[in-house]
Design a binder for this molecule. Structure first.
Ligand code: SAH
Ligand code: TYD
Ligand code: ZN
Length: 413
């Protein structure tokens, strides 16, 4: 029986998605024969409330020198990180103190570029190609997985960090205790650790099962984060919901007793109790809903195909790897997936091997239907794809339910 990565209690599995490939493992035809697969299943810990994958592939299979996710492909996320940085600078940093800022999983520098000109800083980014994109913009970046050992080295070289940042990274790291211990060691006495990650409450409320894929080994809640970091002397002092990536939560932590927690923390914990996030039956009910959505999506696509309609996927997201392979979507159903990321174009989607093509191919010959895999960027995408709708094209979404979307009804998350 598998044990909780946080507290070693026996886990309760609640959904199995079957065999899955690496979510960002877009590949060439020559690589099909050697594609790696693992069992994607999700569990709940009744003791510490952490939702987590039963199995995660070895980290070097996911993060390496040709990592396909470049953070800066979304203009809206670029704006979001500019706001995030401004808030951190205004609330926690004083240039006169010559503060040190460290970001874990800094990717192509989407957030750190707002600090790099004015503050001492360091990005920790193990995927060498995206780290290199950040260095080209003058952002100091070390290509390593964050660990206690690296925390010690950063401490020795730069002194304590006044702010440690992370976005969509903490929930990727299976050895979360090493990260929490390293962060606690590196953080200055009055420093803050701020991270934001997809939020379990949104995943449950919206049935956004596509948030589960190899990289997302944890799906955090305030309750589970509080308990985990308390073991390392860190306290959650503020939380705030974020309308990005389908619903995220930002957590601010400080050394125990260094800062007074705001009322937001207790309020969110109370909301989590109302949502039932601490009860196993919430997750088994959720599974039934997800299985229904899977069947509904498959049936809708098969019907359109039988009617001779053309269907294209929009956004070769990591999330789409779960949807495509779980719902049995094949290249016969989906002609191709449109995506703006050069490293993904000309390759095939993981598992199902659907071609990924540049956005120009979508615009050159609009399909009848576009399946919105990047539903978290719906507003940004629908705004710039008005011509698709003028051509008579329609969007299909599957979160929170499977349906054809009328433009004015589309919600961001
Ligand atoms: N912060 C960016 C990137 C998120 S993708 C954003 O929000 O858009 C997750 C990033 O974490 C990847 O770039 C990956 O290489 C990095 N990562 C994975 N494991 C890590 C670890 N142990 N330490 C630091 N970064 C890690
Ligand atoms: P995203 O939903 O941010 O990430 P994840 O991989 O975490 O599920 O991925 C966005 C993907 O969608 C990325 O490959 C770029 C692509 N994309 C477009 O093709 N066009 C767009 O207008 C936007 C915003 C994204
Ligand atoms: Zn646990």
């Amino acid at each position: 029986m598998a044990k909780c990565r946080v507290c070693s209690t026996t886990l309760v599995p609640f959904i199995s998605f079957g065999r899955m490939p690496i979510a960002n493992g877009f590949l060439a035809e020559a690589e099909f024969a050697n594609e790696y697969f693992f069992d994607l299943a999700v569990c709940f810990c009744e003791r510490c409330y952490m939702v987590q994958l039963l199995e995660q592939p070895e980290r070097k299979r996911m993060f390496h020198d040709h990592y396909a996710f470049y953070s800066s492909t979304s203009a809206r996320m670029a704006g979001h990180f500019a706001d995030f940085a401004r808030e951190v600078i205004n609330t926690y940093l004083h240039a006169a103190d010559d503060p040190m800022v460290v970001e874990l999983g800094s990717n192509d520098g989407i957030m750190l570029k707002h600090f790099s000109a004015r503050f001492r800083h360091l990005g920790v980014e193990p995927s060498e190609n995206v780290a290199q994109a950040a260095r080209h913009q003058g952002i100091a970046t070390v290509s390593e997985f964050f660990s206690e050992g690296l925390a010690e080295r950063i401490l020795a070289e730069h002194g304590p960090a006044d702010v440690i940042l992370a976005a969509n990274t903490m929930c990727h790291i299976a050895d979360i205790h090493a990260v929490a211990a390293g962060a606690a060691r590196l953080l200055a006495a009055r420093g803050v650790l701020i991270f934001e990650e997809p939020y379990l409450g949104d995943v449950i409320a919206k049935a956004s099962y596509d948030q589960f894929y190899d990289e997302h080994v944890f799906m955090f809640s305030v309750g589970s984060v509080q308990r985990l970091f308390a073991e390392h002397g860190l306290t959650v002092i503020d939380v705030s919901g974020q309308d990005v990536h389908g619903g995220s939560m930002r957590y601010v932590l400080a050394h125990k007793r260094a800062r007074v927690p705001r009322a937001t923390v207790a309020a969110q914990i109370a909301r989590e109790r109302e949502l039932g996030l601490q009860r196993a039956e919430t997750y088994s009910r959720w599974r039934v809903c997800v299985e229904h959505n899977r069947d509904a999506l498959h049936d809708m696509l098969a019907t359109f195909k039988d009617q001779g309609r053309r269907i294209v996927g929009y956004g070769a997201t990591s999330k789409s790897t779960t949807v495509i392979n779980y719902c049995g979507i094949t290249p016969e159903i989906l002609e191709f997936i449109s995506d703006t990321t050069p490293i993904k174009q000309g390759k095939y989607s993981p598992g199902a091997h659907i071609p990924v093509r540049p956005n120009g191919d979508f615009a050159a010959n609009f399909p009848d239907y576009a399946l919105l895999f990047a539903w978290n960027h719906a507003t940004e995408i629908m705004e710039k794809e008005k011509a698709f709708e003028r051509s008579g094209g329609q969007w299909i979404r599957f979160v929170p339910t499977v349906e054809i979307v009328a433009r004015d009804l589309v919600q961001q998350s």
